[in-house]
Design a protein. Structure first.
Lengths: 236, 236
DNA sequence: ACCTGAACACCGTTCAAGT
DNA sequence: ACCTGAACACCGTTCAAGT
């Protein structure tokens, strides 16, 4: 007797290289759960309760199996987390971009940042380091193509892309850290509270800026900074 | 009877704002463990076995107490992890820097990167977002001061510092991701393996570069990229 | 081929009680 | 003031067995 599959329509299997094509007669025990259900459940948990709420046991309960059944569809928890990224780019409309290639680089980078700003959990998972969402690749292509249109070689353009990505990513990571700290205002703060009067001689600028440090952090404008970075990268 | 303190010399307490000064007569039960022992144990575990090997229970066992005793010295595990950073900068000699302020910005950034490259675990903990090591502040000061010497206002210099830090940090994070992947060669790779022949029209540059992508990743030279970024930031 | 159950070796943190 | 013990509510993953 088949377990209730709810609104999950039967899907095509987890990949084209799987040998589960039409004509094949299935052997062995029939599948009860699909990789997609697992990934969808994990994504739902992350969106509602954060990355830390995802556990193999919890996901299993959500799709109605045992924890160990998941290991037939994903290698381990990290792989499951990376797979939750797939399809996320498609949820955001693709913006109109300016004609000037330098402006296109900048606009795409700013768009990337804005989109990810609205999906904080994606940032956490991206740190695992692999792209699993095909729908996001147009942004990488766009930045590289526009950089080439500005006169960089493809190799230089790839390097420029990486640097731009680091600026986008860094802002997201440390903004998240700030958000977390303001969510827990009683947590001990170390910098710039760390500075004492004796440091004024050694660290004059930091001492002078200490009181305004948080304010400056909030005032950091990624677009402005990315503009400067792009200028530097394209003038090489 | 006092518990064996081994080579841990008696230390001054966890901070100046603690009211544990000389003249004070201690009240209540005497301390058995010091915050420093806890942090040192945590750091040792991280260095030998990685951040994931640290647990409150493990640290407690290492210093010879119960897990709960730790909570009298640190707020929670995150705070303990952040405290492991303190003192790390002092283990590295301070380099000689060039005279030209633009070169000083660049050299300091490259130094930051090189030092952290040798302490991969520090990068993981830094993502928690707070600086707890006074010994590292000279680099922040140096970059800001040199940027000011190049004509930026202090506020602009702080923004420039952040941007530079993002480039350094991004490289470290994604290099770690690559290292992890090469340590597990049987793990499924998603990009650029994700690309199929139909994508060639939509993603021409990525398709053309796919075969060389890993090679390009390895060839990424932070110094070169930071030089371009610094150029952009200082020409604003 | 896919799934289950039991087990292994762990977690962070709260609470009430002790010295 | 500082530490302990017991408990709560969990973890990821391996292994051997079942259908």
């Amino acid at each position: 007797m088949r377990h209730d599959a709810r609104e999950n329509a039967p899907v095509a299997g987890k990949g084209s290289a799987e040998g589960r094509a039409e004509g094949r007669k299935p052997v062995g025990r029939p599948r009860r759960i699909e990789a997609r259900q697992i990934v969808d459940a994990a994504r739902r948990i992350i969106q509602e309760e954060g990355v830390d709420a995802v556990s193999m046991r919890r996901v299993a309960k959500e799709v109605g199996t045992t924890p160990m059944a998941l290991y037939h569809h994903v290698r381990d928890k990290d792989e499951l987390l990376m797979l939750t990224l797939s399809g996320m780019a498609a949820t955001v409309p693709r913006p109109a971009l300016p004609d000037d290639p330098r402006e296109r680089v900048l606009a795409t980078a700013v768009h990337m940042h804005a989109v990810l700003r609205g999906m904080p959990w994606v940032v956490e998972v991206l740190g695992l380091g692999d792209l699993t969402d095909k729908g996001a690749l147009w942004m990488v292509e766009e930045i590289i193509a526009s950089a080439v249109a500005c006169g960089l070689t493809p190799d230089e353009a790839v390097r420029a892309y990486r640097t731009i990505w680091y600026c986008v990513y860094g802002d997201l990571v440390f903004r998240r850290a700030v958000d977390r700290r303001t969510a827990e205002p009683d947590r001990k703060r170390y910098f710039p509270a760390l500075l004492s009067d004796e440091d004024a001689a050694e660290l004059p600028h930091l001492t002078a800026l200490a009181d305004r440090w948080e304010q400056l952090t909030e005032a950091y404008d990624v677009r402005e900074q990315l503009a400067a970075v792009v200028t530097g990268l394209l003038s090489a």
